[in-house]
Design a protein around this ligand. Structure first.
Ligand code: SF4
Length: 287
């Protein structure tokens, strides 16, 4: 029979570092709580880290503060040496997208790999037993990934229960289904509207970034034309202004049909499918 994850973790040679990346999302936060409560001999060796892209929501910092208090340990803040605007310029003003995820590489993976260097490391990853996906698993031979939730049969409802009984569910889940940069292109169209309502100044910033990289104009004869810049948008189905307008219209007609019945946010989140394939490459950001 193959060894259990904690046997592999505990028999790691002296000097091995044990690290758990906190993304600000529910799974990694719950994993930190779960290991502290159930595997204290591992928790006491653990180094927690958070890779700050400089474009995080305040709700993420609030979750980190609560988690630090619960764990009684500091969560080390890592970051790329330069801000997003610098990297955007380096990438020819091409906004990151599902097909060109340079942001994950420079803002998340590189700082992590610098943090661990060539040390021998066990990395704890919050993939659950009810998921069929892979997080970022380094190809470095010095890093060994273990999956405690998957190994212990912890599923989505367990994760919510663990958080409800400890630090609470991160507040952004009231309007967003994952953590990550405020402009993350993985967010759903209605989440852009959520950003506009909850953080209008950040929405405005995302809007300006989109406008700065290119202007597009619709022409009935030629279709959409790029007026200046490269014409990239945060979402393939249109500009942020168009997306938000569409979602508002949809919301208005649904509200009329439902005669104002609104789902509780807990219902929305628990029904939310967060395992869509598009997510797969973003897991270092949102797990
Ligand atoms: S959260 Fe989204 S935008 Fe931010 S680094 Fe990850 S994939 Fe890129």
């Amino acid at each position: 029979m193959s060894k259990k994850w904690f046997e592999l973790a505990l028999e790691a040679p002296e000097g091995t570092r044990h690290v758990l990346g906190i993304s600000g999302g529910k799974d990694s936060a719950a994993l930190a709580v779960y290991i502290k409560d159930n595997y204290p001999q591992i928790s006491e060796k653990m180094e927690y880290f958070f890779t700050d892209t400089g474009a995080e929501l305040q709700e993420v910092y609030d979750t980190l503060d609560k988690l630090e208090a619960y764990l009684g340990k500091q969560i080390k803040r890592l970051s790329s040496s330069r801000d997003f605007d610098h990297w955007l310029t380096v990438h020819d003003n091409m906004l990151p997208s599902v097909k060109a995820r340079w942001c994950t590489r420079v803002l998340k993976i590189k700082p992590f790999e610098e943090f661990v260097g060539d040390d021998s490391v066990v990395s704890y990853v919050g993939i659950r037993a009810d998921e069929n996906r892979e997080g970022y698993i380094s190809q470095k031979p010095t890093i060994k990934a273990v999956f405690p939730f998957s190994g212990d049969g912890i599923v989505r409802d367990d994760v919510f229960r663990i958080l409800e009984e400890s630090i609470g569910i991160p507040a952004y889940y009231q309007w967003r289904s994952r953590s990550g940069c405020f402009f993350c292109f993985f967010q759903r169209q209605d989440e852009w509207l959520g950003l506009k309502r909850r953080h209008p100044e950040l929405f405005q910033k995302a809007l300006e970034m989109e406008k700065n990289v290119g202007q597009r104009k619709f022409d009935w004869g030629a279709g959409e034309r790029i007026e200046s810049g490269n014409g990239y948008t945060w979402h393939q189905s249109g500009t942020l202004e168009e997306i938000v307008m569409r979602v508002e219209e949809k919301e208005l007609s649904e509200n009329k049909m439902n005669k104002g019945r609104k789902m509780k946010w807990q219902e929305i989140i628990k029904n939310e499918m967060d395992d869509d394939p598009e997510d797969q490459a973003c897991l270092i950001c949102s797990l």
